[in-house]
Design a protein around this ligand. Structure first.
Ligand code: AMP
Length: 398
């Protein structure tokens, strides 16, 4: 496949001031980083530019501050990053103006500098041209390595791409390659598994997928809405009954596009929304009126596994049941392990993403066995909805 965006292979960074947009939004507790996964993800790009003699100037937002707020300073994160990459990381108290200019001016080739939280300036989220200009003064090129922020057209995630030569960093490149293989130019047949609580949050996503994939498994609470729309009694289950018409419309669209919709054929039902509450599997014609569907049943799991076996590519978002509570995690856990086995056997390309999905794959112990797991959250969902991501669009070669 021809590359549609420039990468670090297309530029000599030696001696250049590289404005590198990264995702440093790590969880912290009292200023201490509690999970360094995101720092590990951006490390390769930072190290590569630095070792090639580029001056690495890190740009990132942190939290949702309203103006300058020390609680949301990137200073402790820069220190944690330094530990992860085992190199010194300098820090400037502002991302524009004198503090930033002085710090950048003092950099030597290969140095790494982190600028303060871009969101300390309200102009960041407004993509304000004057603010973009201030940032652009600090660099010779702009490298975007923050796919997770690419659904936002902010100054540091998009605006800079119009001002400076723009390149994808290695993390961005890996994400775009993996996602491209999953939906844009996939090995067919393609199956999508979509679960989670509600149809209402995933209508655009379902509508986009039915025109792209060969089979769509619908599980989780949202399956109840589809079952209800087809006249199945779902008792006291979570279901958005007012969305029955939407569910039917999606099913019609799927049929017209030759996409098989795979809904549960049985369900695990309990009477309390609580871990270990007594439960039982029922066929769809026998869901108790007082019961709640909390997971897909054993026959549904077998169908999902057969569908995975028929597929060459899998895209997954959302759990098949209330996976935070045993035993209602079973459908999600065993299906995740099945997909992981198929991937390890080289029979399947598997891409998964979204906050709960990553948590579920970790819980199943198989996140590392999928072909690609996106931690991007909102950007991953917008990509699944088929929406253009501003921070990616601006990287495209025009
Ligand atoms: P989402 O954020 O839309 O992916 O939804 C994830 C949430 O859906 C998780 O917290 C699950 O516990 C919940 N969920 C999945 N299946 C069900 C179900 N059958 N009933 C209630 N909640 C569910």
């Amino acid at each position: 496949m021809t590359k549609s965006f420039r990468t670090l292979d297309d530029v000599d960074v030696k001696g250049k001031r590289v404005l590198l947009r990264v995702d440093l939004n790590v969880p912290t507790d009292n200023g201490r980083v509690t999970d360094a996964t995101r720092l590990e993800r951006v490390a390769p790009t930072i190290i590569e530019i630095s070792s090639k003699g580029g001056k690495v100037i890190l740009l990132a937002h942190f939290g949702r501050p309203k103006g300058r707020d020390v609680k949301e300073s990137l200073k402790p994160v820069a220190a944690a990053l330094s530990e992860v990459i085992k190199k010194p990381v300098g820090f400037a108290d502002d991302c524009i103006g004198e503090a930033a200019e002085k710090a950048v001016g003092a950099m030597k080739d290969g140095d790494i500098l982190c600028l303060e939280n871009t969101r300390f300036h309200k102009e960041e989220e407004k993509n304000d041209p004057a603010f973009v200009g201030e940032l652009a003064k600090l660099g010779d090129i702009w490298v975007n390595d923050a796919f997770s922020a690419a659904h936002r057209a902010h100054a540091s995630t998009e605006g800079l791409g119009h001002k400076l030569p723009a390149y994808a960093g290695r993390t961005m490149q890996a994400e775009l390659d993996a996602l491209g293989k999953a939906l844009e130019a996939p090995t067919k047949p393609v199956i999508a598994i979509i679960g989670g609580a509600k149809v209402s949050t995933k209508i655009d996503l379902l509508e986009n997928l039915v025109s792209k994939v060969d089979a769509l498994v619908i599980g989780g609470g949202m399956a109840n809405t589809f079952l209800h729309a087809q006249g199945v009694g779902v008792g006291k289950s979570l279901a958005e009954k007012d969305l029955a018409a939407t569910a039917l419309r999606i099913m019609e669209k799927a049929e017209a596009a030759n996409c098989a919709i795979i809904l549960p054929v049985d369900a695990v039902v309990a009477y309390h929304f609580a871990a270990n509450s007594p439960s039982h599997a029922y066929g769809l014609d026998a869901i108790p009126a007082e019961g709640m569907i909390l997971d897909v049943g054993p026959q549904s799991i077998a169908r999902i596994h057969a569908a995975i076996d028929d597929a060459a590519t899998l895209v997954w978002n959302g759990p098949l049941g209330a996976f935070e509570m045993t035993p209602f995690d079973r459908g999600t856990m065993v299906s995740a392990r099945h997909a992981a086995e198929r991937t390890k056997a080289k029979k399947l390309i598997s891409v998964a993403g979204g906050g709960d999905t990553v948590a579920a794959l970790n819980q199943a112990g198989v996140a590392g066995d999928f072909s690609y797991v996106s931690t991007a959250g909102g950007a991953f969902l917008e990509w699944m909805e088929g929406k253009p991501l501003p921070g990616v669009e601006v990287l495209k070669i025009r």
